[in-house]
Ligand binder design. Structure first.
Ligand code: FAD
Length: 500
């Protein structure tokens, strides 16, 4: 048992108390733990993790080629230098997280195989009570804490999003979702169709193409891809000059963020030229005879969904070599032999991979209640997209979708620690965001503006998410470049945070 927990547990039947409970030991949970340990050294804390190990997304996903789609200088933490090529495999990310735990002695705070089932706030006790299932022993145990830090990510880990394709049961081969990959799946010399053209499809196809008889990317509509060598020349040069790793990390982060900012701004102000450049980039890899207009020219504005990066152009190279192909069409129904398309063409397959994304999970599928009343998260207003109106002592790490997720996790970690220290200085133990009089006429806007970012998993579930307003601190812009100044400067006494 973790030492910090042991001291607070009187007997095996008693609830286990810590000051802060962190739900999830993925990249955000480890970030939260690091900051708590350093910025709030007096607080006791524990991480509750459903899986048997740490890493979250990078542990869950085991499909061939699994890798990041954003660079690790920004997807890595501010506080631990990344040393390696910008795009990293899941194994490399897990190693980085393992080192982060080791170097900071954080592993002892994690309880693996602990699934949080419910969380209820008691205003009288000023505590959260959590019912937690131990998956290794099937026991249900109770934890209590003063502050709940939700680092459970944003999608359901147990299964991915599988559309109900007509005729799926007729198909004689195997249908598999990348999120629940069967590691012994034998695809050698098999005909494979990958349904979807997001980052997952772009990763799977080059990783499998050499072994399959043929692999086809079947997409309803095209995605923007950008291809470049998987290296950061500036970081490599600085390393040759013996510049310290910490400096290289910071400089590479700033350069990457600067470049991404330029692209994001251009996607709003100069989207047609940017679109042309992306398409020319694809043509350069695929050659003039390839129908780039049909297969790689999306109708939406660049950056409205995450721009998928292909390291070393590997997806394009697989297509160019003839081992992989792209079909842009709609599924009419599955047949015994494969998929019949709306155009009348039938694609044959032994294996169909449904790279159709995931299911948004609001608050980790945990049943929440406040003073006995079930919580409907959609009724609350997001306070900077971190805290929520009417919900005491709870923060959720929802990272960036366009910029690397971790850039926001770092900002939130600093903010939560500042808030906890502020509460200690005020000698209060409860903080609840509440609308001020002047906030009460705000329009109810979706948590993520679909004009800004419109991935399918978000549009399918936006009605379950909290609202945002049109004035601070009730705005969640998903814009790192403004939030990097706004979040640290948040006035903790602006009347929207009620303390007691
Ligand atoms: C395949 C894939 C690739 C991605 N690549 C990138 C990328 O390159 N760049 C980027 O910025 N983002 C990427 N993302 C988004 C990615 O999810 C986040 O960037 C990041 O990994 C999220 O970290 P997290 O710790 O917040 O959540 P997660 O990684 O989702 O981890 C959450 C953890 O909480 C645990 N948990 C959940 N519910 C409970 C519960 N009830 N009780 C106990 N534990 C619970 C889960 O088991 C999990 O371990 C990718 C997502 C996917 C699916």
């Amino acid at each position: 048992m973790d030492a910090s927990v042991e001291t607070s547990q009187n007997s095996s039947q008693d609830a286990i108390y810590v000051d802060v409970l962190i739900v999830g030991a993925g990249i955000s949970g480890i970030d939260a733990a690091y900051h708590l340990q350093n910025n709030c050294p007096e607080k006791s804390f524990t991480l509750l993790e459903n899986q048997e190990s740490f890493g979250g997304t990078w542990l869950t996903h085991k499909y061939p080629g699994i890798r990041s789609d954003s660079d690790l200088f920004t997807f890595g933490y501010k506080w631990k230098p990344w040393i390696g090529p910008p795009i990293a495999t899941a194994d490399e990310i897990l190693r980085y997280l393992d080192e982060s735990l080791e170097e900071n002695d954080l592993r002892r705070h994690i309880r693996f195989n602990h699934e949080v089932l419910s969380a209820s706030w008691s205003g009288e006790d000023k505590q959260w009570g959590l019912m937690v299932r131990r998956k290794d022993t099937e026991e249900t145990i109770e934890f209590k804490c003063n502050f709940l830090w939700m680092c459970q990510g944003y999608y359901r880990h147990s299964e991915g999003y599988m559309p109900d394709f007509p005729g799926m049961d007729d198909f004689k081969g195997e249908v598999i979702h990348p999120q629940t990959w069967r590691e012994d799946l034998d695809y050698k010399n098999k005909k494979v169709i990958v349904v979807g053209s997001g980052a997952t499809a772009a990763t799977l196809i080059p990783a499998m193409a050499d072994d399959c008889a043929h692999i086809t990317m079947l997409q309803r509509s095209p995605t923007y891809f950008t291809a470049a060598p998987n290296r950061n020349d500036m970081a490599d040069t600085l390393r040759e000059l013996d510049v310290p790793d910490e400096w290289i990390h910071e400089i590479a982060r700033r350069k990457t963020l600067h470049d991404q900012k330029t692209i994001t701004e251009r996607s709003f102000t100069d989207s047609e030229t940017l679109k042309k450049e992306l398409i020319i980039g694809a043509k350069q890899y695929l050659g003039k005879d390839f129908d780039v207009e049909k297969h790689f020219t999306p109708s939406y504005r660049p950056w409205r969904q995450r721009l998928a990066f292909i390291p070393d152009g590997d997806l394009f190279n697989s297509i160019k070599s003839g081992k992989a192909s792209v079909v842009t069409d709609q599924i009419d129904h599955f047949t015994e032999k494969g998929i019949l398309l709306k155009s009348g063409e039938e694609l044959e397959a032994d294996i169909i991979i449904s790279a159709t994304g995931f299911n948004l999970s609001v608050l980790g599928d945990i049943e929440f209640a406040i003073d006995g009343k079930p919580l409907n998260f959609a009724d609350s207003w997001a306070h900077r997209g971190i805290l929520f109106s009417g919900i005491p002592n709870m923060a959720w790490v929802f990272g960036y979708l366009r910029t690397s997720w971790t850039m926001r996790s770092d900002l939130i970690s600093e903010f939560v620690c500042r808030l906890l220290n502020h509460m200690d200085e005020k000698d209060v133990s409860v903080v609840t965001p509440e609308l001020r009089e002047e906030d009460k006429d705000m329009p109810e806007l979706p948590f993520i503006d679909p004009e800004n970012f419109n991935a399918g998993y978000l549009t399918r579930s936006m009605h379950k998410m909290p609202k945002q307003g049109d004035k601070q601190p009730w705005v969640f812009s998903q814009d790192y470049y403004s939030e990097k100044d706004q979040i640290p400067a948040t006035d903790l006494e602006d009347g929207t945070l009620k303390y007691r």
